[in-house]
Design a protein around this ligand. Structure first.
Ligand SMILES: Nc1nc2c(c(=O)[nH]1)N[C@H]1C(S)=C(S)[C@@H](COP(=O)(O)O)O[C@H]1N2
Ligand SMILES: [Mo]
Length: 411
């Protein structure tokens, strides 16, 4: 990332670049062992955030203020539908000055019968308006735990959210434009500015294979939880492509181009949003031609209660969410004894295709003391989250178990 100067965390102290599991736990912070430096850092960045960079957001931790990147602590993601003020923010560039819906136009062009220019009112009037709960996760969520570290925003757990998005299906709009036989890929364009200030450069322009674009739950969205989009989350118009790296979900959407070859926009090429096509040892320098673009995200889960570092009784509820890219989650398990035994949690079906699934279970511990709660999900193809990180150079796709530490006091 040093190359394009976009999201290199060079200005962050080492303590924030990479912290071990205990280093990021509340318990670690409370007991002042590993986390104190990080704790002070968090406090000051949060205070800074309240000064303006995160207006309209609540409780998020700012990882970078240029561009603005902020994640949500796991315990603040407890709601089934993520409130707007708790939805993480991942920007590659500068938010457009004008994010009002008035006068906003979307161009649909490239290999179509009828190129279109649509206002947001046109979208509402000409297409079926749908509302869906859709999970959005950054491809780099969990990067902070990579060893050796990977450059980029040091997300721990909170670059995931599931809000309710209202908009029109991308498929309906593309069908109205008339997709040529030869189309294999989309190209997405947004109105955000490049950090360099050069108007010719785009901070991000991603695309997806046409089959993914034509999926029922890929939306061009103009509302989030029944309100206009938050400016940091792409107001007034964005794509929501659930199950794939968040980068596919172009914010401040101005144009969708249909192409007869893979898109060549900013951050389409390796190593962006790409992983090696074969397993590599941690720290390997992988040649660019050996990377492949990430498609669906892997199965993953999050514990949203209890909060990491909490005091609990001998019996307490553990709950959270689980999601699995283009698949669903079929099983959710929890351990309170470092994986010696697992108990199955009660797991809800997704409210619609592309939503995360809520789960809960009651954990009973045998005596007072320190416990770690581990969670693991298994997807509809029988693939389970791994215990450990499958290392890759850019720090993507960390779907290893989420763990929270608690101190139990038996009555
Ligand atoms: N135009 C534009 N769209 C964008 C981005 C961006 O920088 N510019 N970031 C992408 C990335 S990497 C992610 S993870 C998601 C994050 O969406 P959010 O900020 O609403 O959480 O937006 C995507 N869409
Ligand atoms: Mo992302």
């Amino acid at each position: 990332m040093a190359k394009d100067g976009i999201d290199t965390p060079e200005d962050l102290p080492q303590s924030m670049k990479r912290r071990s599991f205990l280093g990021v736990t509340g318990l670690g912070l409370a007991s002042g062992i590993l986390g104190l430096g990080a704790s002070l850092q968090m406090t000051s960045t949060r205070a800074l955030a309240q000064g303006g960079a995160l207006e309209g957001k609540d409780g998020l931790d700012l990882l970078n203020d240029r561009p603005v990147n902020a994640q949500t602590p796991a315990h603040l993601l407890d709601d089934a539908i993520t409130p707007i003020d708790r939805h993480f923010v991942r920007n590659n560039g500068v938010v457009p000055d004008d994010t009002s819906a008035e006068g906003w136009m979307l161009t649909v062009d490239g290999l179509v019968d009828q190129p279109m220019e649509l206002s947001i009112d046109d979208l509402r009037d000409q297409f079926e308006v749908v509302t869906m709960a859709l999970a959005l996760e950054c491809g780099g969520n969990g990067r902070a735990m990579f060893d050796p570290p990977a450059s980029g925003n040091q997300w721990t757990y909170g670059a995931i959210a599931c809000s309710e998005w209202t908009g029109v299906r991308l498929r309906d709009v593309l069908e109205a434009a008339g997709v040529h036989e030869s189309v294999v890929y989309t190209g997405h364009y947004g109105a955000d500015g490049h950090l360099s200030g050069d108007p010719e450069r785009s901070p991000l322009s991603r695309g997806v294979p046409i089959d993914k674009a034509m999926t029922d739950n890929v939306l061009i969205a103009f509302e989030m939880n029944g309100e206009p989009l938050h400016p940091l989350n792409g107001a007034p118009l964005r794509l929501v492509v659930p199950g794939w790296p968040g980068s596919c979900s172009q914010k401040w959407l101005t144009r969708i181009e249909l192409r007869d070859q893979k898109h060549d926009g900013t951050k389409m090429a390796a190593p962006s949003y790409s992983v090696p096509s074969y397993p590599v040892a941690p720290g390997t320098d992988v040649p660019l031609e050996d990377f492949e673009t990430i498609h669906a995200m892997p199965v993953k889960s999050l514990i949203t209660h209890p909060q990491d570092g909490a005091d609990v009784g001998s019996e307490f509820e553990v709950r959270g969410h689980a999601w699995a890219g283009d698949r669903t989650v079929q099983k959710m398990e929890v351990s309170s004894d470092h994986g010696e035994s697992w108990q199955e949690a009660d797991l809800d079906d997704p409210v619609n295709d592309g939503a995360w699934q809520n789960w809960r279970t009651t954990v009973t511990v045998p005596q007072s003391g320190y416990y770690e709660i581990w969670a693991r999900a298994t997807d509809s193809e029988g693939v389970m989250q791994p215990f450990a990180i499958k290392w890759n150079p850019k720090g993507y796709l960390n779907n290893s178990f989420h763990k929270v530490a608690v101190q139990a006091e038996a009555a």
